[in-house]
Ligand binder design. Structure first.
Ligand SMILES: *[C@@H]1O[C@H](CO)[C@@H](O)[C@H](O)[C@H]1NC(C)=O
Length: 392
């Protein structure tokens, strides 16, 4: 007992000396200050006062005496759901590509201090909140951000009238070829939608023709290996007329409610984002999700250290203390954050690094009278040939 204490004190002495002129120790006196500095970590010790050390020095301190928060400090970042430039280009997606320069042609209007599509003159143009993570974990944020922002823009085009159009994230996962449950790109979804719109005249299916399953064909999570999510007519929009045993089968539809994209582009920076949001609607943007994981409410001011997630931005506000902040819709369910949303201070979480916008083209809606009225069993809308693949 006495021996151990003597040895411990000797070791403490050594360790303490090594860290005597530690820059973290002189800079930070509190745990909060210390842990907000990425170079530093807080160490607890019974024999000497708890203090802040550089991570290098903390590693030299004897772990039997000093309890440093190195494990937490060195925890790997959350798995990124956003592909880098090389991986993006390998998928045939143009990095920060633009369908046109229409964004640059937007007028320079005076912008209000606060603006939200979820509450514009008392009307909400925000479409449903979503949850990418159930029935099983799927890193499809990139598809969610773009589908949600486009949904809002369709609602804006319809002046908020009628039942909301909610587009099928699963169609993007099944057929886009621009990402999977293991990540995707900010640029990809709108480029793909624009491409199929132009080539086939048909765009993204509606949620009711292709509900979200949280699977991509490469996903090994949950029930994903048991189902087929490859791109074929049944996995674009389908109907199942009756139970299998009663002669009914599921079939892919040739005509189904859908929405096309007529233009798209990439922007960055707060000014471009505000201009685009104010004049044309919600946008989808990359963000650093690590500081968001345990967010409950309020305005996040953390600068962020890398884009690994995609969300949609629906507007901005102004706070007396923090100043301007973005109103952000996430895709982790409404139980997360502020009913599925979060507020991000201007310049925080790298949310201004990379955003995408799309202009809606045609969409199926009652007031337009362009619906093909399919029967329950789909006989009048069935895909004609036995073709098992779609050409898009
Ligand atoms: C697309 O347009 C934006 C601004 O309108 C510009 O910053 C970006 O560099 C353009 N992308 C490419 C690939 O030219």
């Amino acid at each position: 007992m006495a021996m151990n204490l003597a040895r411990a004190l000797a070791v403490v002495g050594l360790g303490f000396c090594a860290a005597q002129d530690d820059p973290c120790k002189s800079a930070h006196k509190s745990v909060a200050d210390c842990s907000s500095d990425p170079k530093c970590t807080w160490c607890k010790a019974g024999a000497v006062p708890d203090a802040c050390y550089t991570k290098e020095n903390a590693k030299l301190l004897p772990p039997s005496v000093f309890q440093c928060d190195l494990a937490a400090a060195e925890q790997p970042r959350r798995r990124s759901e956003v592909l880098g430039q090389v991986e993006t280009e390998a998928l045939g997606v143009v990095w920060r590509g633009n369908g046109s320069n229409s964004h640059e042609l937007l007028e320079a209007l005076e912008l209000p201090k606060e603006f939200s599509w979820c509450d514009k003159d008392g009307v909400s143009y925000c479409t449903m909140s979503r949850n990418q993570h159930i029935p099983q974990y799927c890193g499809s944020c990139w598809a969610h951000g773009s589908i949600s922002a486009l949904g809002d823009r369709i609602k804006i085009a319809r002046k908020g009238k009628g039942v909301d159009v909610n587009l099928a994230v699963q169609h993007v996962l099944n057929c886009g070829g621009i990402g999977s449950c293991y990540g995707g790109t900010v640029d990809g979804p709108y480029q793909w939608m624009h491409d199929i719109s132009k080539k086939t005249g048909t765009g993204v299916a509606y949620e009711t023709g292709n509900p979200y399953l949280a699977c991509s064909s490469d996903s090994k999570e949950g029930f994903c290996e048991k189902i087929d999510t490859t791109c074929k007519p049944e996995n674009v929009a389908r109907t199942c007329g009756s139970f299998d045993k009663e002669g009914g089968a599921c079939s892919g539809l040739s005509k189904y409610p859908h929405a096309t994209v007529s233009d798209y582009g990439s922007i960055s920076g707060a000014d471009a984002m505000m201009k685009e949001i104010y004049q044309r609607g919600s946008i989808s943007c990359g963000i650093d999700a690590n500081p968001m994981l345990n967010y409950e409410s309020g305005i996040i001011t953390d600068k962020g250290s890398g884009v690994d997630h995609v969300i949609s931005v629906v507007g901005w506000g102004n706070d007396a203390k923090v100043g301007m902040y973005w109103i952000v819709r996430n895709s982790w369910g409404e139980y997360w954050g502020e009913m599925g949303y979060l507020r991000v201070a201007k310049g925080a979480l790298m949310v201004e690094e990379q955003c995408s916008w799309a202009v809606p083209g045609e969409f199926t809606a009652a007031e337009i009278g362009n619906q093909v009225h399919c029967h329950e069993g789909g006989d009048n809308c069935k895909v004609a040939s036995k073709a098992n693949t779609v050409v898009i």
